[in-house]
Design a protein around this ligand. Structure first.
Ligand code: MRU
Length: 340
């Protein structure tokens, strides 16, 4: 079962909102369908959103009717701006969409631009898959036989093309015969940990236990965790990590209990041009909190605030695992070297 597939005509995805109860496929063909799929979180996870965004532009390119190169590029540019508005925090979306857009711009003829758009999007599938595998190979070296690893949200296969980011080192360690145990937070409000990470790991027979988000401090204090690995939606040049809401408080608890807190992300997640206080933290619909499933749990009339990402400062992070290797503090220096 693949959760993303390019058929040659459209992009076929699994609707992740329905997992693990139902495996439902959706076909994405036009820009509005792509936009909706990302906004509604049928697809989610920074690297996956990136690749889906790239196909949104590639398929848009096939449909454009234009009399000149300028007109064609103007329509692509409008599409790029539209799709970038779907989810603001994950940098991968910007990276991948621009990868296609910049690739197109190198060509003179519209027919070449259309062909290259698809080629570039397909290239990203390969590159992201390879990057995840490399993250796994590097990160596996940080894991010991018997390690109990806490992760948050879903930074697994479903959030990428394959292997995942935070889950990649765990998968490779398991492949190499290490006994590793995963503890995953349920991850309110969208429950990516409980619904997606637990399901993925169960299928691979990697031992996994789901805990309430509020249990993290308790189980750390009981000595039940050895390491933490999380993914990232955006990493700035100083090493500030933007990830699923709740990551920051886990990092603080890790520091308090002297546990290594690792972040795993491909270089397509690094935004070296932005100041950390300028990154937009997505706020989502209050109903994600007001309802648990179909049941209303917050009384009518109560105010709700639903930021879905947070910022973990570099001083709480032991290392960042990338496809180019593992980098350590001071991150400003190691990140600058990574991109030089
Ligand atoms: O809102 P989501 O489900 O897209 O959030 C996902 C995360 O926060 C992941 O940790 C992050 O995208 C990295 S995924 C490899």
């Amino acid at each position: 079962m693949r959760h993303i597939e390019w058929t040659g005509e459209f992009l076929k995805i699994i609707d992740q909102r329905k997992l693990p109860g139902k495996v439902d496929y959706v076909c994405l063909e036009n820009l509005e369908e792509f936009y909706k799929a990302i906004v509604e979180m049928k697809v989610r996870g920074a690297p996956l959103i990136g690749v889906v965004g790239a196909f949104a532009i590639a398929l848009l390119a096939q449909k454009i009717k234009a009399d000149s190169r300028e007109e064609f590029l103007k329509k692509i540019e409008d599409g790029v701006n539209y799709i970038l508005g779907s989810r603001p925090t994950a940098y991968n979306l910007q990276y991948c969409v621009n990868f296609v857009y910049n690739g197109i711009r190198e060509y003179e003829h519209i027919e070449d631009m259309k062909r290259v758009a698809i080629e570039k999007a397909q290239e990203l599938i390969k590159v992201e898959m390879e990057n995840s595998r490399r993250i796994g190979e590097y990160g596996e070296k940080l894991l010991n036989d018997g390690d109990r690893i806490l992760t948050h949200c879903n930074a697994g296969e479903l959030a990428t093309i394959a292997y995942g980011t935070a889950l990649a080192p765990i998968r490779i360690a398991y492949e190499k015969g290490k006994c590793v145990y995963v503890i995953v937070t349920e991850t309110r409000p969208a429950q990516q940990g409980a619904r997606l990470t637990a399901w993925e790991l169960l299928k691979e027979k990697i031992p996994v236990t789901v805990i309430a988000d509020t249990a993290v401090g308790h189980i750390m204090s009981k000595g039940m965790i050895d390491k933490i690995i999380v993914g990232a939606d955006r990493i700035t040049r100083e090493g500030y990590v933007f990830n699923k809401i709740g990551t920051y408080q886990i990092a603080i608890l890790a520091k308090e209990h002297n546990l290594p807190f690792y972040v795993a992300a491909p270089t397509s997640t690094f935004d070296t041009n932005i100041d950390h206080d300028k990154v937009v933290i997505e706020e989502r619909d209050a109903n994600e909190i007001v309802f648990a499933g179909r049941k209303r749990i917050v009384a009518k009339g109560v105010k709700v605030y639903n930021p879905v990402f947070d910022k973990t400062p570099p001083n709480l992070i032991r290392a960042i695992i990338t496809e180019k290797g593992i980098i350590y503090p001071p991150f400003e220096k190691s990140i600058s070297k990574l991109f030089s």
